[in-house]
Design a protein around this ligand. Structure first.
Ligand code: UTP
Length: 469
């Protein structure tokens, strides 16, 4: 047991030992006084009660679905044929009145993509290689021009990518949105553990921590002062999306319109699962609440269940696009809510007993994450609308194959081709859906087929790689 004269240090050290994690001081005697202080600062932030509960849960996994689940009520594509035009004016009105803010979660580690830097900096557009951040920024800019309004952008980062993200925005002059309209804030971190429930060392004076999941955004918005900023600006509705969806329909006025008309506190977009194996969480009724069951937690009995007409019973696949009332986030925080942690097995790099860095290929421990959709369980009123996957959701998750940069680029181009063809423009094709030459349409030129139709005179003949701006 380590003994230190500094009483504050000793109190933290004692707690670590009492909680069975004394092994992390293995290199203590090699540390400088400054390094010791940094280590103590990190350890002093640990919520031991919560940590021990999570360790227990990770080492003693329970049954995945504890309550009865039922399908949720969804405003389907069929319903929307009639209703969209009714709700659109209220969404557009909210936008014009400056009541909408944009919230992006970009604190993830992007480990599957394996890109060296924040995922948002990844070049993704098919002709200009614009980054994900630029693509999103230009859509925000286009919507703010369309509705003659400022759309403030709240971006969550984490300790590991905050600086690089801000530098990227600085370097790109905030993509013309104005520094004062882009608000960065960071989420909390939480220690990871090995298979024995022990903390891992990231370096000799630091335990390994990971960001606390996209659910961390609700508390981080509050604690960073972002909610206060929204209230000062008169923002009532937050449009939430994730950094890797290249097809995001930014601040979709119809979606906002449904949220307002249905007096929902938190609304969802879903896509129709076509196969039981589709890897997407489903929105459903969990007991008397609305929530999401992750695809990995959905047992075969539910995943394969069909209705009388042969459709999947649990088809409402969540694509992580929400509209959330600012007052709901405020209320949640005032009541000291806590989202539940989910446990994921991961390959976690660590410093071994010899002080060497090890990068395991196999999963060697557990990380803990909260998920934004668990806030649905707290909402008195929610609303869920169906959208078409091919026009609204294509994520960059993996290096190759499923949900990769290649599929995202193709999905972007399929949409551009569709818009152009709807406007009557001839596009040389490679196959049924993809163009012969790379095509890209700037969000500042068009956000949808309607915009393309209106501006079709300005589009040159397509005889090679084409960027339309
Ligand atoms: P994912 O769960 O897909 O994770 O995040 P990821 O970090 O992008 O990639 P992997 O799993 O490490 O490969 C979905 C969205 O939630 C954000 C991500 O930045 C992404 O926009 N996120 C995730 C956070 O903001 N914080 C987190 O702690 C986790």
């Amino acid at each position: 047991m380590i003994k230190e004269d500094n009483q504050q240090w000793q109190a933290v050290i004692d707690l670590v030992y009492q909680n069975g994690q004394g092994h992390i001081f293995r290199f203590w005697n090699q540390l400088t006084s400054e390094e010791k202080q940094e280590f103590i600062d990190q350890l002093a932030r640990i919520d031991w009660q919560q940590m021990n509960q999570l360790i227990h849960k990770a080492l003693n996994p329970e049954k995945k679905i504890e309550q009865e689940i039922q399908p949720v009520e969804v405003i389907t594509l069929q319903d929307r044929l009639q209703r969209d035009s009714e709700v659109l004016p209220s969404g557009e009105h909210a936008l014009r009145q400056g009541k909408v803010g944009v919230c992006l979660v970009a604190g993830g580690q992007g480990s599957r993509l394996g890109f060296d830097g924040p995922k948002g900096c990844f070049p993704i557009t098919p002709v200009k290689n614009k980054s994900l951040f630029q693509l999103h920024a230009e859509k925000i800019k286009a919507m703010s021009l369309k509705y003659d309004v400022t759309l403030p952008w709240y971006i969550m980062t984490s300790r590991t990518n905050n600086r690089a993200t801000i530098e990227f925005f600085e370097k790109n002059n905030y993509f013309g949105l104005g520094k004062e309209n882009v608000f960065f804030f960071t989420q909390e971190m939480i220690p990871a553990i090995d298979r024995q429930g022990k903390f891992l060392l990231e370096s000799k004076n630091r335990i390994f921590e990971s960001p606390n999941g996209h659910g961390g955004v609700l508390k981080a918005l509050w604690e960073s002062g972002a909610i206060d900023d929204m209230k000062r600006r008169g923002i009532e509705y937050l449009f939430y999306f994730q950094v890797d969806n290249v097809l995001i329909k930014m601040c979709d006025p119809v979606f906002i319109g449904y949220h307002i008309t249905e007096q929902s506190q938190m609304s969802n977009k879903v896509v129709r699962k076509v196969r039981p194996e589709d890897r997407v969480g489903v929105i459903c009724k969990i007991g008397d609440k609305i929530g999401v069951v992750e695809y990995s937690d959905l047992d075969d009995e539910h995943a394969y269940a069909r209705t009388e007409d042969g459709e999947l019973k649990f088809w409402a696949g969540s694509i992580a696009i929400h509209v959330i009332d600012v007052s709901f986030i405020e209320k949640e925080n005032k009541h000291g809510f806590k989202l539940p942690f989910h446990i994921a097995q991961k390959a976690i790099p660590f410093v071994n007993e010899q002080g060497e860095k090890v990068k395991p290929n196999d999963k060697n421990g557990f990380k803990f994450e909260t998920f934004i959709f668990d806030a649905l369980l707290d909402a008195d009123k929610t609303c869920t609308i169906e959208v078409e996957r091919q026009t609204e959701f294509s994520a960059v998750k993996n290096k190759e194959g499923f949900e990769s940069p290649q599929t995202a680029k193709e999905d972007l181009q399929r949409n551009y081709v569709r818009w152009l063809k709807e406007a009557g423009i001839t596009v040389p094709m490679k196959d049924e859906t993809l163009p012969l030459y790379p095509i890209e349409i700037s969000p500042l030129f068009a956000l949808d087929a309607e915009d393309v139709k209106r501006k079709k005179e300005r589009i040159p003949a397509i005889t090679g790689p084409t960027y339309i701006e």
